[in-house]
Design a protein around this ligand. Structure first.
Ligand code: KPL
Length: 300
């Protein structure tokens, strides 16, 4: 089976490299702006600092009928438009959504009512270094799970992903995993993006107050969505601190987006928290959401 990566950003290119390293065949589905400009070799600087070139077969939207398994690694705000172009995607092709944030899956499920649709959560760190050059900044966990009935038959994808990524587990309740990841992103991402700092700098005393307040607001909203599977505030804060420590040298995806003048996933991270906060006030989250919108030039 051939994997097709839609969204050749930092994480998409790193995943291409990791899958190719295991001998998997990988195609990269490119957008129109890449037509005529694609370099079929992606350069990945691995965690040990070694550079490696990986070949991947370029595909365009008109080749959707050839896609056997689609890994969607675009930004959350690009997913629906990118998928709408794949009009000939076979009904049997699993579509795996790996973006940050929430609120996109519902649209994808109605766009592809007959396809197996799955969600993946990955905490690998990646940074773009140049055109088709990326750096793998940190190994992380990956979880995969079904978003519809047809998706339930695809647990068989886990071993190949685990071999390539170092860890991959199946979850029958992937929405819980998505909420757990969203909670982390809703704290780390806007704070690092608005302050233009790396994740580790959040542990400086000057951020102690805002970190405490924002983590409480986010926990309050997420725990209501999780119901009886919710973690306590102190469990959440312990997990948050662990992620900050493990990714201390990394720049969050939102910081990278803002620093490079790109739109961010603000609407699907802080925006999702705001949508689900009502009637409880979330002032810090609200302020960061507005600040992010300003920084993006009102693009979300
Ligand atoms: O997922 C991340 C992101 O940057 O989007 C974290 C976990 C915050 C790591 O940087």
């Amino acid at each position: 089976m051939e994997w097709t990566i839609l969204g050749a950003g930092a994480l998409g290119c790193v995943m291409t490299g990791l899958l190719r390293q295991q001998g998997e065949s990988v195609a990269v589905m490119l957008s129109e702006r890449h037509r005529g400009h694609f370099h079929p070799h992606i350069e990945v600087l691995d965690i040990t600092g070694q550079r490696q070139l990986f070949y991947s077969r370029p595909l365009f939207a008109e080749h959707a009928y050839k896609v056997e398994c689609l890994l969607v690694l675009t930004k959350a705000y690009q997913v629906v438009d990118a998928l709408k172009r794949l009009t000939t995607l076979p009904n049997s092709t699993p579509v795996i959504l790996l973006h940050n944030g929430m609120g996109v899956a519902e649209q994808v499920l109605s766009l592809f009512p007959n396809n197996p649709v799955l969600a993946g959560i990955s905490s690998h760190g990646a940074m773009k270094e140049g055109n088709w050059q990326v750096r793998h900044t940190g190994k992380g966990e990956t979880w995969l799970g079904p978003l519809n009935e047809a998706g339930k038959a695809y647990q068989s994808l886990v071993p190949a992903l685990a071999a390539a990524l170092g860890h991959c587990e199946w979850s029958d309740d992937i929405a819980q995993q998505q909420l757990r990841k969203l909670a982390i992103n809703a704290v780390i991402n806007p704070l690092t993006a608005c302050n233009d700092i790396n994740n580790g700098q959040l542990l400086e005393p000057r951020f102690a107050d805002v970190l405490a307040q924002l983590s409480e607001e986010v926990h309050d909203v997420i725990s209501r969505l999780q119901g009886d599977k919710a973690e306590t505030l102190s469990e959440f804060r312990r997990r948050l601190h662990k992620v900050i420590e493990l990714t201390a040298c990394n720049y969050s995806s939102m910081q990278q987006d803002i620093a490079q003048g790109r739109p961010s996933e603000n609407g699907y991270i802080s925006g999702y928290i705001l949508q689900h906060a009502h009637p409880h006030p979330v002032p810090v989250c609200q302020q960061l959401y507005q600040e992010m919108k300003k920084r993006e030039g009102f693009r979300t």
